[in-house]
Design a protein around this ligand. Structure first.
Ligand code: GP9
Ligand code: MN
Length: 721
């Protein structure tokens, strides 16, 4: 070993060797290769050191390793089209540009756990401004290491330490090199899109694009997206909004006097039941209810439960559900509206509406903040707080996570620490995530028999749903004990299907049918929608509706007028409500007819009908279709044209100032602390600073484990607040 060490040559020796090789044959090519290696090395090292890309498995690890290379080759190969000193400078400049983009993203990521986007860089963006202020505080001296090689390279060229290649390389060689870069990029993209279908069309998370394709590809992708958005925004005119507002005003329904304003001023809990379908309600496996607690809640005399309520999401899945729930605007026909337009658009969202009526507003989610661009979109929606993964100490422990984030029992329990600090009245949205495809849960958390359809991705569904049900019960139990239950309105909704149409044989078995028809599949799009409050007149309501209708329905109960709002849903409580449910792809359901996958059915009987055989359908189908096409088109133009920025007619709503919000953990905690003094209406403040967390009981095995110091630490920090 020692002998070996002695033999290790000095760096000087290496440099001499490198220089010799570079000098003798094609010096420019060597200089190019050196730069490619340097750019690759810096990027790859920083992927690991400064970003949290979550590359799992050999394919993703391989792509992470590969993905800095193609753009390094493409950009640096530009130098090969020149000769003499110029070509060296060009290579250095492209090394610098890539390094600088890397550097800027490292700083931005450290603060926001997300990548820079063109929208943010453009002036006026709230996050851009905040970053400017705090840049000095987040920079580490080691970040500058990224530029060290560039300084050395400049020195070598300036002080003539390199033999400059006066002839350069042949054009053909330069072209081949660029082509090699492009081919590598395509290979990378090919592998990436088999690992993650819809990577670019659905654009879930900026982290994904960087992980699979690379930081520079992300920059290009983002620039194209931003360009398209800016263009459609530029084309839009105030008259476009006027036309739409006129239409919307003809759709407004009178409120329901039995419900209107009955829950005014109460706290609102919006509970997002991930991938939860309506069929789970009262569903039994081996004689056992899958979700006994949600069933009880569903049948409670103070719960208004809708059993003909449909999800209307498109590719944006959860984010589309959120877009509808918060704004009564549809998601887009492709991609996620929150990802594409959430950062810069003007919205009139539920959090902002309630905030302007004295509510504190907070979103809770155990996944990274950047997913579905929530970190930016929630600012546009007007959320005061966004408690994402970074706020949950337990999230650092892999055992406490499954799939997209914290396990629901832990997530909800650890959310209580923030719930008790929220000044009242508050609007708290809790997004669960454990009941998510592929419905996997560790053994110690499984307390329910799987179904036996033989379809692997289906059979665990009832198990994770059962887990979610237990987690929900634990939360409710705590809220009852801490006094919040009686003082709050609860809205529960399932965001979208859990079992997709690719699993038809399994669906048939679950539903106890031979075979499923398109009508069954349409029915399978039902998700729960429940509103519960002390004193609310409950019951199972058969009105046909969808996620787009949640906002106006809730506003009715809360006594918030929606007359001037540009929304596409309607108040399901209104005596005039008719119930047309458009799906994002243009299909629809009404109480009389269903159009699904190009077939028509009688909604009451499920019988297939055709336009030629059914006179009423013949008349109604084109009318309904025209309405459906119109609302989807109008909703799309509101989003793509950012039309709500033109809305000047409002005296009861003022535009959200995104700059007011800072979701960084330190800022959020500070703000909560401050709020205890300035507005001492939280449960904690009312309890004279004494925490109520000891009232939260969970059987989460991860937390009851006495060897788990993490949890004990949490308990002490929260009760000492
Ligand atoms: C992730 C979660 C999942 O944060 O919201 O989104 P989905 O895959 O259901 O759209
Ligand atoms: Mn979802």
């Amino acid at each position: 070993m020692m002998n070996f060490l002695k033999k290790v040559p000095s760096p000087k020796f290496f440099w001499r060797k490198i220089k010799q090789t570079m000098d003798t044959s094609a010096p420019l090519v060597w200089f190019f290769v050196l730069n490619v290696v340097l750019v690759w090395f810096k990027t790859y090292i920083n992927y690991h050191m400064n970003f949290n890309l979550g590359a799992e498995g050999a394919t993703q690890q391989f792509l992470l390793f590969l993905n800095p290379i193609p753009t390094a080759i493409i950009f640096l190969s530009i130098a090969l089209y020149f000769k003499g000193a110029l070509s060296y400078w060009i290579a250095i400049i492209f090394n610098f540009i890539q390094s600088f983009w890397l550097f800027a993203n490292i700083l931005y990521y450290r603060e926001f756990s997300d990548f820079l986007s063109m929208g943010i860089l453009s002036s006026g963006s709230s996050t851009g401004n905040n970053l400017g202020k705090s840049i000095a505080a987040i920079i580490h001296w080691s970040d500058y290491m990224i530029f060290v090689d560039i300084i050395i390279l400049i020195g070598l060229v300036v002080f003539k330490q390199l033999t400059i290649d006066k002839k350069g390389v042949q054009k053909r060689f330069a072209i081949l090199t660029t082509v090699l870069g492009v081919v590598l990029m395509l290979i990378d993209y090919g592998i990436a899109s088999t690992d993650r279908t819809g990577l670019l069309t659905r654009s879930f998370d900026n982290n994904y694009i960087v992980k699979y394709l690379g930081l520079n590809e992300y920059a290009v992708f983002n620039a194209v997206q931003t360009y398209n958005q800016t263009e459609s925004r530029k084309r839009a005119k105030p008259e476009d909004l006027n036309k739409i507002k006129k239409f919307v005003s003809t759709q407004k329904m009178p409120d329901n006097i039995e419900y209107y304003g009955t829950q005014k001023g109460k706290n609102v809990f919006m509970i997002h039941l991930e991938s939860f379908q309506q069929f789970l309600i009262d569903y039994k496996v081996d004689g056992r209810e899958v979700t006994p607690n949600l069933n009880k809640f569903y049948h409670d005399q103070n719960t208004l439960s809708f059993d003909n309520f449909y999800n209307q999401v498109g590719q944006g899945k959860t984010s589309d559900a959120e877009m509808m729930q918060e704004n009564s605007l549809y998601g887009l026909s492709t991609g996620s509206a929150m990802v594409k337009y959430g950062t810069n658009n003007t919205f009139e969202s539920l959090p902002a509406i309630l905030n302007q009526r004295g509510y504190t507003t907070a979103a809770f989610h155990g996944d990274v903040a950047s997913f579905w661009n929530r970190d930016n979109t929630y600012k546009s929606f007007g959320y005061n707080y966004f408690f994402s993964k970074a706020y949950y100490d337990n999230a650092n422990n892999p055992r406490f996570n499954v799939g997209y984030g914290l396990k629901d029992k832990i997530f909800l329990k650890d959310s209580a620490k923030y719930i008790e600090q929220l000044p009242q009245p508050f609007y708290a949205k809790l997004l669960t995530v454990t009941n998510h495809y592929p419905y996997e849960l560790d053994k110690e958390n499984i307390d329910f028999p799987a179904t036996t359809t033989g379809d692997k991705t289906v059979d665990g569904y009832v198990q994770t749903a059962h887990y979610l049900d237990q987690a929900f019960a634990e939360l409710i139990d705590y809220l009852k004990k801490s006094g919040l239950y009686d003082n709050s309105v609860f809205v529960l909704y399932g965001d979208h299907y859990g079992i997709s149409e690719n699993h038809q044989p399994a669906i048939a078995q679950l539903l106890g049918k031979e075979k499923v028809t398109n009508f069954d599949l349409a029915q399978f799009q039902k998700v729960p929608f429940m509103i519960h409050a002390n004193g609310l007149k409950g019951g199972v309501d058969h009105t046909y509706g969808g996620e787009i209708d949640m906002l106006p329905t809730l506003l009715d109960v809360l006594g918030v007028p929606d007359d001037n709002m540009t929304i596409f849903g309607q108040d399901m409580l209104s005596p005039k409500y008719e119930g047309i449910v458009p799906f994002r792809d243009g299909d629809w359901i009404t109480p009389t007819y269903t159009k699904y996958n190009n077939q028509f059915f009688n909604t009451k009987t499920g019988e297939q009908v055709t336009i030629s055989s059914d006179e009423v359908l013949k008349k109604q189908a084109p009318e309904t279709q025209a309405y459906v096409d119109k609302v989807l088109e109008y909703s799309d133009s509101v989003i793509t044209g950012d039309l709500l920025r033109f809305d000047k007619s409002r005296s009861d709503f003022h535009k959200v100032n995104k700059k007011e919000f800072d979701y960084k953990k330190s800022a959020g905690l500070e703000q909560l602390k401050e709020a205890q003094k300035t507005n001492p209406s939280s449960v904690l403040a009312k309890n004279k600073g004494q925490s109520t967390l000891n009232l939260y009981k969970t059987d989460a095995p991860e937390l009851s484990d006495s060897s788990d110091t993490n949890n004990q630490k949490n308990e002490t920090t929260s009760s000492s607040k």
